[in-house]
Design a protein around this ligand. Sequence first.
Ligand SMILES: Nc1ccn([C@@H]2O[C@H](COP(=O)(O)OP(=O)(O)OP(=O)(O)O)[C@@H](O)[C@H]2O)c(=O)n1
Ligand SMILES: [Mg+2]
Length: 395
Amino acid sequence: MLPFVFQKAAEVISIIEKHQYEAYFVGGCVRDYIIDRPIHDVDIATSATPAEIQEIFPKVIPVGLEHGTVIVKHHQESFEVTTYRTDGTYTDHRRPDKVHFVRNIKEDLKRRDFTMNAIAMNVKGEIVDPFEGRKDISQKRIQTVGEAADRFEEDALRIIRALRFSSQLGFSIEEATKEAMGKYKALINKLAVERLTVELEKLCAGIFYTKAVDYIFELELYHYLPIFKDVPLLLKQIEPVSSLAPVFAFVELKSSSITAADCVKAYKCSNQLKQQANILVDAYHRYKQCGIDAWFVYLLPEEQWDFFVYLVKQTDKEIINIQELRNIQKRLSISSKKELCLNGHDLMQWFPERTKGKWIKELLDEIEYQIVTSKLANEKSKIKDWIQWNQPDQD
Ligand SMILES: Nc1ccn([C@@H]2O[C@H](COP(=O)(O)OP(=O)(O)OP(=O)(O)O)[C@@H](O)[C@H]2O)c(=O)n1
Ligand SMILES: [Mg+2]
């Protein structure tokens, strides 16, 4: 019996098969199933064309028709279904100029990057493995399908993917594959950086990260990693972590001239990641100045605690006890601005002679600080008294 994650997708495959087409689980889900790692998304490959899939299922979203990929909606869940294809030439080293749909699973497996990723499995759990991916998995080896040079010339992202699989799985890179990675490394410069970023994040999160870093240095691949090409040794100091925000915060703290914002820009990350990295850098400086107090815990979002602890450990080898943060958090009188018992309107009423201005925000901020640091109670009468003695400046 296949694990639960495959079961819903198996229904999709069975429906496709009922219409006389083939369909298989492919890619990372089969690899991870064989390795016995957690499976996060299940991809399906089929002999049916996107148009034929659209005839079979009532809800199909054409996300990448030119590459033969559609999303099939089945029982409120989404499944990526890709038509068997061979890739044409990759003149821009980014994506194939043209793909050709084929009707044979082996042809489709042949265009894939590594043998461990070129295994297909049907709903009965039967495996199609023409390139001996299972053997490579059992020998913990990353090896391209066919000629390594061809695979990397087609898509240089695979050079970085080899590293990230080595980091995630602890596998070694087979000699000819490694040699070709070195030979074609300059093609990494032609990649869309967003694709690099996705792989970098997975690389930094791998529990065998140091193994990947050894390859990065052996092949001098850091020259092709934005930011790290200027501070390669920092790569050796990073420990695995599941987000780039603490990595970029670490780069800012360790390098004299590169900021987390520079990293975010170079890797075209989201504004959200930028904000998270900046929060971590600010928290680090606040911690260094004042230690961990109520105001510190109040300002650092709980989702960032682990990353903050990580950052301090990475930067100064200091260990912070999360329990300490938790104890302080429990005693906080408010957990956010929203819990303040007054707002700008109240202040306007208390100072009818004043016009609206930035004094309102400044006063609210000060009141918030006083309350969080237990110098003032979160009660209107007490706050009013306090203001009598701390008259705000007029704008
Ligand atoms: N540059 C690439 C990217 C992907 N693939 C193929 O497409 C599959 C799915 O790609 P992706 O989801 O990016 O990677 P996974 O191997 O599934 O890894 P993960 O579990 O991290 O998603 C891969 O297994 C591989 O067969 C490829 O040949 N070349
Ligand atoms: Mg995948």
